[in-house]
Design a protein around this ligand. Sequence first.
Ligand SMILES: NC(=O)c1ccc[n+]([C@@H]2O[C@H](COP(=O)([O-])OP(=O)(O)OC[C@H]3O[C@@H](n4cnc5c(N)ncnc54)[C@H](O)[C@@H]3O)[C@@H](O)[C@H]2O)c1
Length: 288
Amino acid sequence: MGNNLLKGKRGIIFGALNPDSIAWKVAERAYEEGATLTLTNTPVALRMGETKALAEKLNTKVIGADATNVDDLKKLFTESIEFLGGKIDFVLHSIGMSPNVRKERHYSDLDYNYLDKTLDVSAISFHKILQTARKLDAINEWGSVVALSYVAAQRTFFGYNDMADAKSLLESIARSFGYIYGREKRVRVNTISQSPTMTTAGSGVKGFDRLLDFAERMSPLGNASGDECADYCITLFSDLTRKVTMQNLFNDGGFSNMGMSLRALQQYEKGLYTDESTGKRSKDHSWD
Ligand SMILES: NC(=O)c1ccc[n+]([C@@H]2O[C@H](COP(=O)([O-])OP(=O)(O)OC[C@H]3O[C@@H](n4cnc5c(N)ncnc54)[C@H](O)[C@@H]3O)[C@@H](O)[C@H]2O)c1
């Protein structure tokens, strides 16, 4: 049940591939809150994924666009404004892809053509979206643009590879463009740093199931789900957060401010004091 938080607002949602996608959940929640929106993804994703089914459910259309292609983005904004009947109020950038991760290239042995692709798709596309929107004057005053990030932008996580560099750049673009767009047009630009979430992109990261479990044990409130990320996005698209801009906002159950938790320590202890040959615990230690 919605509360009409986005009533009358028009949006563009990038990156809804299938029902696991965070963007899918955001689109559903935005619609529930009274928004009208268009969906967009790459031509390949539109062939392989389920975006069209979501469009039917939300009474809208899908406009194909590669977010690294400025001409595609111009067409996307122009057609969205035409279809929705006015300028845009919110945009979600929910896009990530690393060929180095996909091909299991080690961070100390990166393929630089792949790295260019990682940065272009996962970060520079955010700049391209903002620059295109500004040049077309496609976003209303007090509009809100959000991209999804991960804490590997600040801290090192095994296996996250060159996506960490992409997320750092993404967050920097939010600050740099947020200043310009805020000053000129009162448009807000933020990133949400989300907990690990089981999606197509997420599960591409090495050891992802264990990372998810570790984050769950470390976070006092537990991992934030895709639905909870969608809720947070809705607040940032709404008029309730008009003065929030140029921020990287953690939606992670407290993970980013933890050093060690009791639950993680207890799990670690189990491994430490279990005899690998017999599987029996050799020593007990209690924590309080
Ligand atoms: N899943 C997680 O654990 C997690 C955690 C923190 C942040 N994020 C971020 O959330 C965002 C969404 O990812 P997700 O987990 O929902 O996975 P997902 O695989 O469902 O979504 C990724 C989307 O990016 C799209 N995409 C790839 N290349 C593109 C291009 N050139 N142009 C336009 N779209 C393109 C894909 O088609 C797909 O729809 C990503 O930025 C991801 O890094 C994910």
